[in-house]
Structure formats: C-alpha cells, structure tokens
Design a protein around this ligand. Structure first.
Ligand code: FES
Length: 144
C-alpha cells in the first residue's frame, strides 16, 4: 500500500474519527479572540470558524465551530489539539494530511473535508497577523 494513501479506504471511519465527532474537543465560540478564520468548503457548502488566542507568538487557546460532516468536525477537533501550545510558525506547518494521519486516516472521498480545518487555521492566523499590524500602525499614528 502507498504510504500516502489514507489507512481506512472504503468509506469506513476510524475509531479516532468517531471519538472526535461524538465528543469534539475545544468546541465553541471564543470571547475576544486575537484571530478568527471563517472558511467554507466549495464542494459541499459546509462552513467552519476557528478562533485563536496568541501570547508571545504562541497559540495559547483555540476553539472552533464547524457546521459540516463527520470528517469536518473530527478534523477540526484534532487540529485544535495539535495546534494548542504551538508557535504561529509551527501551526502554519500543519497540513491536512498530517491531520488525517493523526485520525488514523480518512476515507479517500472525505479527504477534501480535512482542508476545512487547515484553511480555517491559516485564515485565523492571517487575521491575527493583520490585526497585529493594524495595531502597530495605530500606535505609530498616535505617537506622531
Ligand atoms: S462533506 Fe462538507 S466538509 Fe465534509
């Protein structure tokens, strides 16, 4: 078997996928996040929000709301576990393949769902960076 292929072909979810789907970690909207990412899956129309809190360049808290399928919810949930405590740069290196592997694989026809979590995380980090730059410019304006 090609090592790039998901470990669970044939449309059957792994035990880990079902655990995260039934009991998602870090679910819910965050008060005053430092960054928010909202992404939609153009293939199915499902949508997710990811919220991050950043201190000293480290993601100290993360939560999500995903309105989507089993795979979308499970990948969002495990992504939040993988990201918590990482630096912004480390978090940006997480790929949807790494997320799928952490869940012991996804059925091939569900791999596209794992993109939601990867793209949502990137959007939240971009929002955080944009807000940080905006704050810096505001401070510079006030100093003048
Ligand atoms: S079918 Fe929409 S994210 Fe999976």
């Amino acid at each position: 078997m090609n090592e790039n292929e998901p470990k669970k072909p044939g449309g059957i979810y792994s035990k880990k996928v079902m655990e995260h789907f039934m009991n998602p970690h870090n679910w819910g909207r965050m008060e005053n996040p430092d960054g928010v990412g909202k992404v939609g899956n153009p293939i199915c129309g499902d949508v997710m929000w990811i919220y991050i809190k950043v201190e000293d360049n480290r993601i100290v808290d993360i939560s999500f709301e995903t309105f989507g399928c089993v795979a979308a919810i499970a990948t969002s949930s495990i992504t939040t576990d993988m990201v918590k405590g990482k630096t912004v740069e480390e978090a940006l290196e997480i790929t949807n393949k790494a997320v799928a592997n952490a869940l012991d694989g996804l059925p091939p026809n569900k791999m596209h769902c794992s993109l939601l979590a990867e793209e949502g995380l990137k959007a939240a980090i971009e929002d955080y960076i944009a807000k940080k730059k905006g704050k810096k410019q505001d401070n510079q304006k006030q100093e003048k």
